[in-house]
Design a protein around this ligand. Sequence first.
Ligand code: NAI
Length: 501
Amino acid sequence: MPDSIIPPTDPAAQRPAGMGTQAARTPVVLLPGDGIGPEVTAATRRICDAAGAAIDWRAAEAGAACFAKGIATGVPRATLDLVAEAGVVLKAPLETAVGYGGKSVNVTLRNLFEMYGNLRPVKELPGVKTPFSGRGIDMLIVRENIEDLYAGIEHMQTPNVAQSLKLMSVQGCDRILRLAFTLAQAEGRKRVTCVTKANIMKLTEGMMKRRFEAMAPQYPGIAADHLIVDNCAHQMVIRPERLDVIVTSNLFGDILSDLAAGLVGGLGVAPSANVGARVAMFEAVHGSAPDIAGKGLANPTALLLAACMMLRHIGQGAIAQRIEKALFRTLEAGTALTADLARAHPPVSTGAFTDAVIAALELAPPAQAPVAAAKLATPAVPAATIVPEKREVIGVDVFVESRGPVRQLAEAVEQTIGDTPFVLKMISNRGAQAWPATVELEDMVDHWRCRFVMKKPGAWATEGHILALLQRVSLVTSWIHIEKLQRFDGEDGFSKAQGEA
Ligand code: NAI
């Protein structure tokens, strides 16, 4: 486990590691969650308490039970207030209905409290044998946690076409990049790899890559490189030991970090932290495992490791150290493991595994002892707002719904905009130019982008021009949304269609 973790948000955390007293217990909101949540939470709490953690546990509700009570967000006001007050949360998995219904409570909590960084340490654990054991895997995935497709800003465009907006900001990129470099420095790591799909999404993913390249020289002691996300997935399997710190956007980070967890023993042993300026929330990577819930089969290791990250965060690093030693010893001995990890010996229940870790708290350290904790100050991220000197609107994309052949749509649109200052440059279908046709596209859907540019070279489009254009377009087809074609200091702020000149 990497040992440095984000800064304490609680002044009580400034005391020496592990020196908590009855009088100075740190408040931690405990969300027992859904499915196996209550089982792994009870185990984790029991071990923390037995190890002497000075925590004032404040159990609170969130998740399925709250949805069932009709709380639309799945998080009651009282829980939000407790989180805001304590600033530290240990959260068990929460169920999310797939594809319909309520929003993910996990995502709601991350977004409401601006926990912009998701940290996933991935390191081999003693006694947990995988095809990759012995390779020296020790990476830290730093995933942007708020922006990107994960914001879930979605609209049905037509009855047949759905859209999800991928928004990425300079500020969002800068703060996650800064966090990655700061963590790398604090943990004495050698390399930060920025992972994007900038070759295809040049404006969103490209922004992350450009900001990374601009920031990297500020950290001369750390090697900085870039991988395209598909290659990164490949590298993770081929040469995982090469990877050190990975910084990436939200959706790619989501997928890559589960892949990485699989390299070292799977979701049952993978912890994570969500960090922001005010609140830090620690959790297991796995979900609520409804298939084994209530059966005493769940492995609490992931939540326990997350609790160790949390203990370091609140200044109780010595307790974290003690718990990790006991856990590593139990894993290494292999005699009391839950079904997901048990190999040479019959599996034991969640409760028996917990008892074994507690008993091991008193024993000698294992061969692979955890490293001592280091603390880290919050990276200061200056508000980066780019203000271009010159900004032009050179046209507008109007997205329309139409079922007829594209030639017919083009003719009707050209006719109706005849006396506006715009000319129809092209029409595309899902990003590929369909008119004027370079190749005959098949299987068109009912969602088209009509790209209009100013007739007069060098002229700018005003809001009035665009409103007049929309009025004309609506005479011949139904428009859905528009995007201005902007140029900032002479650079296009929009992508071209495939096949567009
Ligand atoms: P899952 O992680 O709950 O289960 C995947 C498989 O791993 C299952 O076979 C399960 O039995 C096993 N597993 C997971 N954790 C384990 C543990 N601690 N010990 C032993 N075996 C374990 O993933 P799934 O089934 O896709 O999701 C179930 C629910 O959890 C969904 O509602 C999902 O939205 C939610 N979820 C919540 C997360 C969170 O709260 N952070 C994260 C991922 C999923």
